[in-house]
Write a protein that binds this ligand. Structure first.
Ligand SMILES: NC(=O)c1ccc[n+]([C@@H]2O[C@H](COP(=O)([O-])OP(=O)(O)OC[C@H]3O[C@@H](n4cnc5c(N)ncnc54)[C@H](O)[C@@H]3O)[C@@H](O)[C@H]2O)c1
Length: 345
């Protein structure tokens, strides 16, 4: 009996998430073979030697890795600022690409990357929003689809990280794009996932009417200099009349909270009410979908357009917070940002 074909993947980046991804790729994906890893972080080589199979080849340069490792696909798990150039490099080299969110912290770059992905329709491109790949979020989606919650009219999310005494995210804020772009993009995506935002539209290009955001530097005053906050509240009114509200925070001292309430006319569903349970299943499920999509030529459930629409809303919320104004969307579906601050990070 012949061995089933496995997708040869190279992993770029062995940081906090990259190390988790590496172990999953090497040991928990029956349809994937981790052929190579590329890292720039000192100490990653010792970790890799101790934790990954001896067959994995190592590279210091991403281009060398993508060209010469024999990989058919690449998983990019590097710092956000490198995502766009590395995605383009992978696609130009004829590789299928999966990349951690976000594509970029500015919309113009995001749109350019998506145009390149669209011009290579034979290559799969996935930016996985992890909640879509979590079993409890999927169970709620089933309830939404079989209408047991009635008509879904709103989604409410809370995502509050445990307070990090090192204040790492203060310097991170300089390049992260801010709390709405970096953290909120997951909440925005999950809101879009449940609120059926592409149906009932008078103008199919325009999915959002307006957003408004507020924020505080409740603990970390220094964030003000980056136009960022440690607690942020965002409201999104979609063009189909549905509403998303989110509280994002980085200052919880007694735990971690990531909870979503799906509000239907017959019932509400609360997902992840107990956030102390540590789940990594989404990092297995998204890779399983990506490999099946390439090997069996199946469509992906989370599309590049989802990443773009979420990025537009995240940018609008960040702008709204920074400038103290609501942001409306135009008939092309773009946020109306009065000044160039939108792309300033
Ligand atoms: N749930 C999620 O979807 C989720 C969760 C965590 C992180 N992320 C995203 O994953 C990415 C990585 O996050 P992290 O916490 O692991 O960051 P990290 O800072 O711990 O690691 C980043 C890694 O990128 C490497 N790197 C930087 N430039 C490189 C280059 N040019 N070539 C090769 N490697 C390079 C660094 O050496 C480091 O190992 C971020 O974009 C983050 O937004 C997504």
């Amino acid at each position: 009996m012949s061995t089933p074909r496995r997708l040869k993947i190279a992993l770029i980046g062995l940081g906090r998430l990259g190390a988790i991804r590496a172990s999953i790729l090497a040991f928990q994906q029956p349809r994937i073979e981790l052929v190579a890893a590329c890292y720039t972080k000192p100490g990653s080589d010792e970790w890799a030697a101790a934790n990954l199979p001896p067959s994995v080849k190592y590279y210091a340069d991403p281009e060398d890795c993508m060209k010469n490792s024999g990989a058919e696909a690449v998983l990019i798990s590097t710092v956000t600022a490198t995502h766009a150039p590395l995605i383009c490099m992978g696609l130009d080299l004829g590789l299928h690409v999966m990349c951690e969110k976000p594509i970029s912290v500015d919309l113009i770059t995001t749109a350019e990357v998506l145009a390149k992905a669209r011009s290579n329709p034979h290559l799969k491109f996935l930016v996985p929003f992890c909640r879509r790949y979590d079993d409890s979020y999927r169970a709620a989606k089933e309830m939404v689809e079989n209408r047991s919650l009635g008509e879904i009219h709103a989604v409410q999310t809370t995502c509050i990280d445990q307070q990090d005494p090192t204040g790492f995210f203060i310097s991170f804020s300089a390049q992260s794009g801010g709390i709405f772009v970096d953290m909120g993009v997951h909440d925005i995506d999950i809101g879009r996932y449940y609120l059926d935002v592409t149906s009932g539209l008078a103008n199919p290009k325009k999915q959002v009417n307006r957003v408004v955001a507020m924020g505080q530097q409740a603990v970390y005053g220094e964030l003000a200099k980056y136009g960022d906050c440690d607690n942020g509240w965002g409201m999104v009114e979609f063009a189909n009349g549905k509403v998303l509200t989110s509280h994002l925070g980085r200052t919880l001292t007694n735990g971690f909270e990531s909870c979503t309430r799906v509000c239907g006319t017959k019932a509400h569903s609360v997902i992840n009410g107990n956030s102390t349970i540590n789940r990594v299943e989404s990092f297995l499920n998204d890779l399983a979908e990506f490999s099946a999509s390439v090997l069996d030529d199946k469509p992906l459930t989370c599309t590049p357009d989802d990443a773009y629409e979420a990025a537009k809303i995240a940018t609008a919320l960040q702008y709204s917070f920074r400038n103290g104004v609501p942001v409306y969307f135009d008939d092309e579906g773009l946020p109306i940002l009065e000044t160039s601050k939108a792309n300033v990070v």
